[in-house]
Design a protein around this ligand. Structure first.
Ligand code: 5GP
Ligand code: MG
Length: 456
């Protein structure tokens, strides 16, 4: 998963892009990059780690201009390295032509790589934005089709997820795969346009949200005004349902829905028909807070902030190896003193991936004297890898792909365990048929990925 942002026609655009990326930091913490353009040329800066550490005031001042795009990266398997940072800069004869940043994951990258290598382009790094940039550059400038046709051809040939921004010396583009797997929205005010993965980024820029970039279409802002190019490749919408369950911020509007409302409905659906008796409902903060609130409202069991999260630990899931991840759970969560002892608890989490987090947490609750621990999960069992940009590991590591629910319950040490059903999940959004459920069902709308992951 990753986050993208772009700003057109705003003084010191790089400062605004940094603010937008800061609002999207949860979408990727491994590296950050910003490219700006002014009359002197292109300026760029990349760094490993968080936005606030990579972009000081000084660094942002070295990125002048009224146009900038940026990216926060969260690779799944590709190495975290500076040459994999985005935006990727496409140059010809040593001269930068455009920069491109993308959120997503393309399943047929080898075919695209073959095509660009045949025409003499070599890859330097290990990420699909570079492949996209070289493909677009090749079609636009080697085959002389122009940028818009090149983006359309990419949308015809590339399978999978990409929500991308592209910036030339005077234009800003946004384009999105025809399934619209990953979110991407835009807003404008007084001639200033902004593009972001999530609407929260527009909120902090104080640029009113206008809507999503429609599936398969291209938006362009240039010196002569703005243009939209309608979709040519028809595919059914397949938004990632996991954006609602876990990934997006609750204060974002994603795929036309308020994320916190979807989460509340997930919690209500989990509580409907659940007759468990407990003293409190507690969340695994922060990702399941709204799901737990929905559960508490519907069940009548009082909500409590029983676990406190240390916000200075990165998401445990992201830690590169198992040992760090296990330790991370203790560093990240701690119960209120004396609160857990003697209580029957419903604990709500948004999802179980490997089962690591929740197993440790339940052990912690028991060590603190919990009488009963009933686990409720705000998603159906994750049984299949995601090939469209979420960091679900190989199938063998997904606990629900190898164990029955009763075995999972025993393994993680809960008294009872209930997952949300796919039917109930569908009931929480207005257009349930427009979503991808491949991580629960294995029906991949844009194919499976056979090559190693190169995630943007
Ligand atoms: P597990 O410990 O089972 O492997 O991971 C489950 C926990 O990771 C849950 O608390 C959930 O909030 C979080 N999680 C689920 N999916 C993702 C993801 O794609 N990325 C990250 N960083 N965390 C995730
Ligand atoms: Mg969580």
């Amino acid at each position: 998963m990753c986050g993208i942002a772009g700003i057109f026609k705003k003084e010191n655009a790089s400062f605004g892009v940094a603010e937008a990326l800061f609002a999207e930091q949860h979408r990727g913490q491994d590296s950050a990059g910003i490219v700006s353009w002014d009359k002197e040329g292109l300026h760029s800066h990349f760094g490993l780690g968080l936005v606030k550490d990579t972009f000081s005031q000084e660094k942002l001042k070295s990125l002048p201009g009224s146009m900038a795009i940026g990216h926060v990266r969260y690779p799944t398997q590709g190495p975290v390295s500076l040459c994999n940072c985005q935006p990727h800069i496409f140059s010809m004869d040593g001269k930068p032509i455009f920069a491109l940043a993308s959120n997503g994951d393309i399943t047929n990258l080898p075919e695209l790589i073959e095509e660009i290598e045949k025409e003499g382009f070599a890859l330097e790094g290990d990420n699909d934005a570079e492949v996209m940039a070289k493909f677009v550059g090749m079609v636009a400038f080697r085959r002389n089709k122009g940028l818009v046709e090149a983006m359309y051809l990419l949308m015809e040939k590339a399978l999978g997820a990409f929500s991308a921004v592209l910036m030339t010396d005077e234009e800003l583009y946004a384009f999105r795969d025809p399934w619209a797997f990953r979110p991407m929205c835009y807003g404008d005010k007084d001639g200033v346009a902004a593009i972001a993965s999530e609407s929260v980024a527009l909120d902090i820029l104080r640029i009113p949200y206008k809507g999503e970039i429609p599936a398969g279409s291209i938006f362009r802002w240039g010196p002569d005004g703005s243009m939209t190019y309608p979709r040519r490749v028809e595919k059914p919408a397949r938004h990632c349902i996991f954006e609602h369950i876990y990934f997006s911020r609750p204060d974002s509007v994603i795929f036309g829905e308020k994320v916190f409302e979807v989460r509340r409905k997930i919690g209500e659906a989990l509580a409907s028909g659940d007759d468990v008796k407990a003293d409190h409902v507690i969340a695994v903060p922060d990702s399941s807070n709204y799901i737990a609130l929905g559960y508490a409202n519907r069940s009548g069991i009082p909500f409590a902030l029983g676990l406190v999260r240390n916000h200075y630990v990165g998401r445990t899931f992201i830690a590169p190896d198992q040992i760090t991840r296990d330790e991370g759970v203790r560093f990240k969560f701690n119960p209120l003193p004396g609160f857990i002892a003697g209580k029957k608890l419903v604990i709500v989490d948004d999802s179980i991936v490997r089962g690591t987090t929740i197993k440790k947490l339940i052990r912690m609750l028991r060590e603190n004297g919990a009488l009963e621990v009933h686990l409720r999960i705000g998603s159906p069992p994750i049984r299949y890898s995601c090939y469209y940009g979420v960091d679900t590991p190989n199938r063998e590591k997904l606990i629900a792909s190898k164990m029955e629910i009763e075995d999972i319950r025993a393994f993680i040490g809960a008294d009872t365990l209930k997952y949300l059903t796919i039917e109930d999940l569908r009931g929480t959004v207005s257009n349930p048929d427009d979503y991808c459920y491949a991580c629960f069902r294995g029906d991949y709308p844009a194919g499976e990925k056979k090559h190693p992951s190169l995630v943007s």
